[in-house]
Unconditional design. Sequence first.
Length: 394
Amino acid sequence: MSASGARSMLPALTPEEERHSEALTGLIRAELAAAGGWLSFERFMELALYAPGLGYYSAGSWKLGAGGDFVTAPEASALFGTCLARECAAVLEATGGEILELGAGSGALAATLLTELEALGSLPQRYAILEVSADLAARQRARLAALAPHLRERVVWLERLPAAPLAGVILANEVADALPVRRFSLSGTAVHELGVTAGASGALTGAARPADAPFADLCRARFAARPDALPEGYTSEVNLRLAPWIASLGECLGRGVLLLSDYGLPRSHYYHPQRTAGTLRCHFRQRAHDDPYVNLGLQDITAWVDFTRVAEAAGDVGLAVSGFATQAAYLLALGLERLVTDAPDARDRARLAGEARRLVMPEEMGEVFKVMALTRGYDAPLAGFALQDLRRLL
């Protein structure tokens, strides 16, 4: 879809939204001018998402659910959290300790997990939430305030990762896809880096320039093992922040499991000749498109996760890759079907069946979302990978 096509399909902004977006655009224009007229896409994405008070995750727009920009699996159905609770319970029974959730959205997953873990007799000592969005943290507090007091009092909010390694479970559902990425395109044997500039009218637009040697070499290394050549003009992303992020999480995990759930692919599928435009996607009011330069501060900007890079980074810091599967296989292994069939009446079964289809069907969330388990000091089998293990593809 062209940029103009993306713009034409999107809902109009309110005057207040237009002012907000223009304020962030002005901030980016100022940084562009200070940098000589060109910014890497990575820096642009960082500002668009995280600029204090203006970026998408720093401002107060409604992000999640039917009235927001996108729906995550825990928002789509409590079945996701109910299944995940079974995995968490097994780990906590072996390790004790706590759960740390990164980017807890509306608090839906935390609410489901605490309720289900109590039913399973495996409550964590505490449930910690690390949330970069003050707006979402406020909504989490409001939602979790409805829990019974003995559950609510286990929840704490953190401003940074814990200094001391924890025992238990770290959860990162749709977090890695929001890490800023660098972009590149191929022209013959040359690699160009895609960045951002301002046009004559002041509108932000994409701009390419020859990549510096280290970045060009890094890009080539990503797809050097491919048996087939990538086509002229091929465009994609490289996430240089994945490895430091995994390293920081590895320092937090003393004993237990880090569960990552996100849309992504192993590298051989990520850098595929048919994926000529990369994986960058924007989300605004339930519409997905590929123009990151509109609705700044009001739309999400994401890129799929290179799970091979996650596995490499995990190995570098002594974490074992203990499972890799599609979301569909993972949830089915944890008893999703039984949760539907055991519903108390036909009406509930029909409702849950519809929610389950959204979680597992290939055309919905089932195949594009993957689950990866990274472990330290935990060798027991993880039930969620009993039906499928795709580690051979990494």
